[in-house]
Design a protein around this ligand. Structure first.
Ligand code: NAI
Ligand code: SF4
Length: 441
């Protein structure tokens, strides 16, 4: 049984309520942290090796240390709770079932950063969760863990919940800031990074829900202890949301020492693939990361066991590896059609493109049309090369990573499953008959 740091208390009845959370050791990390100097908290987070859990894996302590501190200018902590990556639903679990753990993480992090205002920007589709969070915020405030002069430190903190309106692009940190400012969610060009010029032009740290919740166990056990869990630079525990063709879909906390095979097949986690089917492929880190076929998922290019770590999942680069990403683990069994799956994703990215950059605006729609033709038996062999060409011209040529995220799934699908694309072209009549509709995650 792997170590649990975030979901340790998840099974306790009524843990969502303040009293129950408190009776079970809740808010003791905040009490400990508020006796420390803010710089020492940042040091603990650095020592822990915690990496951003939203998808990019950027070292959290380093990001915090980049926060500019000009005189007389407010600083902000913004929590990115706009979890919209297809296949990813781990932040929802934390916010819905352990809201006080999350709020405690925000309170500690805000104190460490000297931010008196913290915003939670939550995706619009999580319509029922803001009420849960607002209730937890009110309870924490009544108990003296938020508000004015918290725990007698002289530190004030207000946390506000802002609902998004259902746009995937508002999960990109600068689009999120634009939206928070009341504007259309168009990504900004970086640099400047938010740490220097963020919300209303002020220094801002933007962190994911899980990242901020992880600060609680880091303070409880200490950064060094946290760093001992895991392998290499993949320290601590990670939440994985598992879905697709598996026996036990759900949210799991893993310590990053287990293999992909163990995660997929053991009863503690996904419990294998239903009806004795064979594994075809997997997207281990949410829809934006490359799909990998079964043989490369379980073993790296060097023939070693692939582990559930940032480094091992990425081993081999995009040729043979993939990414940890947001931890949205999507499994496809032998019956799934990779072309149809890629079309579903292409449709999603075309719909969600904000339209600022031409390669993304034009390319995503163009790729969708070609994939639609191939999937439904109206494609030509040359379309496969055209698709490859389009994706290669989007990648790296856009303002924000949505362009890359739209290109990579197409590239990986062609790289590993070209024969399936060719099958559709060579078998137009059968392709036309296979009208499954779109895949849903
Ligand atoms: P990024 O690599 O551009 O940035 C990572 C973070 O580090 C950002 O907060 C950035 O401001 C900061 N940073 C980087 N260099 C910096 C510097 N020199 N100074 C100060 N700060 C610096 O990646 P980004 O755009 O934040 O995230 C992309 C990832 O998000 C994708 O790989 C994907 O996996 C994931 N994603 C997750 C979603 C979800 O629902 N969880 C949705 C869509 C994408
Ligand atoms: Fe908008 Fe796409 Fe450009 Fe991102 S890459 S800024 S989503 S057009």
């Amino acid at each position: 049984m792997g170590r649990k740091l975030l979901l340790e208390k998840a099974g306790i009845e009524n843990i969502r309520q303040y009293d129950v959370y408190r009776q079970n050791g809740g808010y003791s990390a905040q009490e400990k942290a508020y006796k420390m100097a803010p710089a020492d908290i940042i040091e603990e987070v650095k020592k822990s090796g915690l990496r951003g859990r939203g998808g990019a894996g950027f070292p959290t302590g380093l990001k915090w240390s980049f926060l500019a501190k000009p005189e007389g200018v407010p600083r902000y902590l913004v929590c990115n709770a706009d979890e919209s990556e297809p296949g990813t639903f781990k932040d929802r679990y934390l916010m819905e079932f352990l809201p006080h753990l999350f709020i405690e993480g925000l309170a500690i992090s805000s104190y460490a950063l000297g931010a008196n205002t913290c915003y939670i920007y939550i995706r619009g589709e999580y319509a029922w969760i803001p009420d849960i969070l607002e209730q937890a915020i009110a309870e924490a405030r009544n108990a003296g863990f938020l508000g004015k002069n918290i725990l007698g430190t002289g530190f004030d903190l207000e946390i506000y919940v802002q609902r998004g309106a259902g746009a995937y692009i508002c999960g990109e940190e600068t689009a999120l800031l634009e939206s928070l400012e009341g504007k259309r969610g168009n990504p900004r060009i970086k640099p400047p990074f938010p740490a220097v010029k963020g919300l209303w032009g002020c220094p801002t740290v933007v962190n994911n829900v899980e990242t901020l919740a992880a600060v609680v166990p880091i303070i409880n056990i200490g950064g060094e202890e946290y760093a001992k869990i895991g392998i290499g630079k993949s320290t601590g525990t990670k939440l994985i949301s598992a879905c697709g063709n598996i026996n036990k879909p759900g949210v799991y906390e893993i310590d990053m020492t287990i293999s992909v095979e163990e995660f997929l097949y053991s009863d503690e986690y996904c419990g294998g693939i239903p009806n004795g089917k064979r594994l075809k492929a997997c997207i281990p880190g949410g829809s934006s990361v490359p799909i990998v076929p079964a043989n490369l998922l379980l073993k790296t290019a060097k023939g070693e066991k692939r582990m559930m770590t940032y480094e091992s999942l990425a081993d081999g680069g995009f040729q043979t590896g993939t990414m940890m990403g947001s931890g949205g683990f999507i499994v496809l069994d032998e019956d799934q059609c990779v072309v149809r799956h890629t079309l579903t994703l292409a449709r999603f990215y075309r719909h969600e493109s904000c339209g600022q950059c031409s390669p993304c605006r034009e390319g995503t729609g163009w790729m969708e049309k070609i994939l639609q033709n191939i999937e439904y038996g109206k494609g030509k062999m040359s379309d496969i090369d055209l698709l490859w060409d389009i994706q290669s011209k989007i990648e790296g040529n856009t303002i924000c990573p949505l362009g890359d995220a739209a290109a990579w799934p197409v590239a990986a699908a062609i790289r590993h499953f070209r024969d399936e694309f060719e099958w559709h072209v060579l078998n137009p009549e059968e392709s036309q008959k296979r009208n499954f509709g779109l895949a849903h995650y």
